[in-house]
Design a protein around this ligand. Structure first.
Ligand SMILES: NC(=O)C1=CN([C@@H]2O[C@H](COP(=O)(O)OP(=O)(O)OC[C@H]3O[C@@H](n4cnc5c(N)ncnc54)[C@H](OP(=O)(O)O)[C@@H]3O)[C@@H](O)[C@H]2O)C=CC1
Ligand SMILES: Nc1nc(=O)c2c([nH]1)NC[C@@H]1CN(c3ccc(C(=O)N[C@@H](CCC(=O)O)C(=O)O)cc3)C=[N+]21
Length: 315
């Protein structure tokens, strides 16, 4: 009898816990738009109280050339910033800007006391050394968290600015799973802006996942993903992850943003991720869609970093 009641109590506690998160986890769909909205709402409130006795946080975005996707991301960031009360200024420069001129612009923004955060939209044109540009940003204004000092701090567990996409992914994972400890996580992709910092966050002591990082030289990718409780795909290849590559109950985070031609759409393309969503959703515990998954979280976390920069610089 006691065992029965213990069981009922546990079931009820689980139900309450799950219902508290079910608004953004309907069936298996992990709704990044909804979670991002709640992160932005909290940021909006914190910005409001910050601006009681200070100027609004100010973000400088540097956009070089006319990469169409970059221009559209920058518009998205600007709009989202305005909605939470963060000021943003876009510094557009022609594709032909020299590395010297770009470094000079960064120097000016570093020295400008009214600028709290600096973001240089990637990718940069081939004639520019991306590492040199990122290293030129004042680490205290590096809201992307891409500066070697900030990535190094993250790796040793003393984060200053955490890159937006990986920290947004951690928020989504914590919504989907109440404990990451001991989970087998496979990260596909090893970029400096997503795969590597995400692997660092997952293996940190406050998460305790067991992490495998896969890339283009990985042999038998499917053998790794099939053994995983968590699969994160950050590659840039539609349907790289198919249903036969994951186990029942898996949690899948799709970072990929790929444009595929679609004449039925006004703009001539649609966005897809790296994951075969429709085939995997029925066997997944949780899975993020594209669009509406990681992308909105990236923007929300960037805004949070910008507020943090303003708070720390002006303290
Ligand atoms: N939603 C969001 O907020 C964001 C989305 N993105 C998107 O995420 C994707 C990845 O971008 P990013 O992190 O910059 O990565 P990169 O484009 O820099 O690198 C891609 C990675 O995928 C690996 N890879 C390529 N082919 C395979 C394969 N067949 N099997 C396994 N691994 C493979 C590469 O391996 P190798 O290192 O060996 O070349 C590399 O590590 C893109 O679609 C991008 O648009 C990126 C940032 C933010
Ligand atoms: N310095 C720098 N910092 C970045 O954070 C950075 C960058 N460079 N270069 C490119 C990548 C990519 N990235 C995205 C951000 C938002 C969406 C996003 O909001 N996506 C929407 C769809 C938007 C649409 O419809 O076009 C979604 O997935 O729902 C996607 C991708 C940030 N990046």
């Amino acid at each position: 009898m006691a065992l029965y009641w213990r069981h009922r109590l546990l079931a009820e506690a689980t139900r309450v816990l799950v219902s508290s998160i079910s608004s953004d986890l309907v069936d298996a769909r992990l709704d990044g738009r909804a979670v991002a909205e709640s992160v932005r709402a909290a940021t909006r409130q914190a910005v409001e109280s910050f601006t009681q006795d200070a100027d609004p946080p100010a973000l400088a975005v540097v956009l070089v050339g006319d990469h169409p996707a970059s221009a559209s991301y920058v518009r998205g960031k600007k709009k989202a910033a305005a909605e939470v009360g963060i000021e943003s200024t876009v510094h557009r420069r022609a594709d032909g800007i020299s590395q010297h001129e770009l470094l000079e612009l960064i120097g000016t923004l570093n020295a400008d006391a009214t600028v709290d955060g600096i973001l240089v939209q990637l990718p940069l044109p081939d004639h520019i050394d991306q590492h040199a540009v990122i290293e030129a940003i004042d680490p205290a204004k590096d809201v992307d968290g891409f500066h070697p000092q900030n990535l190094g701090r993250l790796l040793i567990g003393m984060p200053q600015f955490t890159p937006a996409t990986p920290s947004g992914i951690m928020v989504l994972l914590r919504r989907a799973l109440d404990d990451l400890s001991g989970k087998r996580a496979v990260v596909v992709g090893r970029s400096n802006i997503v795969g590597k910092p995400l692997a660092a966050l997952l293996m940190q002591r406050d998460a305790n996942a067991t992490v495998t990082v896969c890339h283009s030289r990985t042999r038998d990718l499917a053998a790794h993903t099939r053994a995983a409780d968590i699969v994160v795909a950050a590659v840039g290849q539609p349907k790289l992850i198919t249903a036969d590559m994951v186990r029942e109950g898996v949690t899948v985070i799709d970072v990929g943003i790929n444009r595929v031609d679609d004449d039925a759409r006004e703009r001539g393309y649609r966005l897809v991720g790296d994951v075969d969503y429709d085939a995997i959703a029925p066997k997944a515990h949780a899975i993020t869609p594209v669009p509406g998954g990681v992308g909105p979280m990236t923007i929300a976390m960037l805004l949070r970093n910008t507020l943090q920069a303003a708070q720390q610089r002006r303290a």
